[in-house]
Design a protein around this ligand. Sequence first.
Ligand code: GDP
Length: 264
Amino acid sequence: RASPPLAALSQVLRLERSRRTGIVFPLQKLERYLAPGTDTARFRLFQPGLAALQRAEALFRSDRGHPIDYVSSAVRMDHAPPPALPEVCFIGRSNVGKSSLIRALFSLAPEVEVRVSKTPGHTKKMNFFKVGKYFTLVDMPGYGYRAPQDFVEMVEAYLQERRNLKRTFLLVDGVVGLQKTDNIAVEMLEEFGIPYVMVLTKIDRASRGVLLKNVLEIQEFVKENTQGCFPQLFLVSSVEFSGVHLLRCFVAHVTGNLPTLEAS
Ligand code: GDP
């Protein structure tokens, strides 16, 4: 299977400058539409240079000496693989675009199968992926309008017990913004003191106005109501690949696989 266009930085670098910025740093692309005087310091806290982006991409590109594999699924913590490597996990409402994003992150390892179990009534599982000898990535079950008890119990146990968890990525729909149900996740993360970061998905589907509104609202929410959330939002489109390269780089960074982070 060939990887989709713009899945690799080399393809993005061929674009003209403004499109390239939009793909690699989607939040910066929005800056010019903000009212003068708006504080954009939080837009640039994590701003890696090309070398760091390339190094991160290499981690997400599988080859014989660097396999990227689906490892296993678990419904209970005692079924989770041993906590041997630094780990990140992805959580969010059902339909937020979580499987699409994980597929986009792993698009340079097309043999990786990102499974989805959406059939109502089926037990949702935590899916573990291993990226060579560098880190593991966990796809957590999605929560719904009423987060089922098994979701809360599974995720709660995972967040509380997982010693190797370096960062949680909380996905929020970029078109509809933060929803009441997202508070379940925010409250859990805040209560346990887990470091996390918010990722706005499907940005290709949001008009610029809607996207700006959601970005500013969520930034304000993070500033006023959270302790453990990284102040910079990450914006992604799994269709256009915007933000995916930067997110790969942030994952590499938080798992300790990007020792020197040079500014661009
Ligand atoms: P999950 O339930 O969180 O795993 O969500 P999925 O990844 O299955 O996505 C839910 C729906 O949103 C699907 O119809 C996807 O095709 C669509 N979707 C996901 N990501 C994007 C995106 O970045 N852009 C657009 N336009 N659609 C997306």
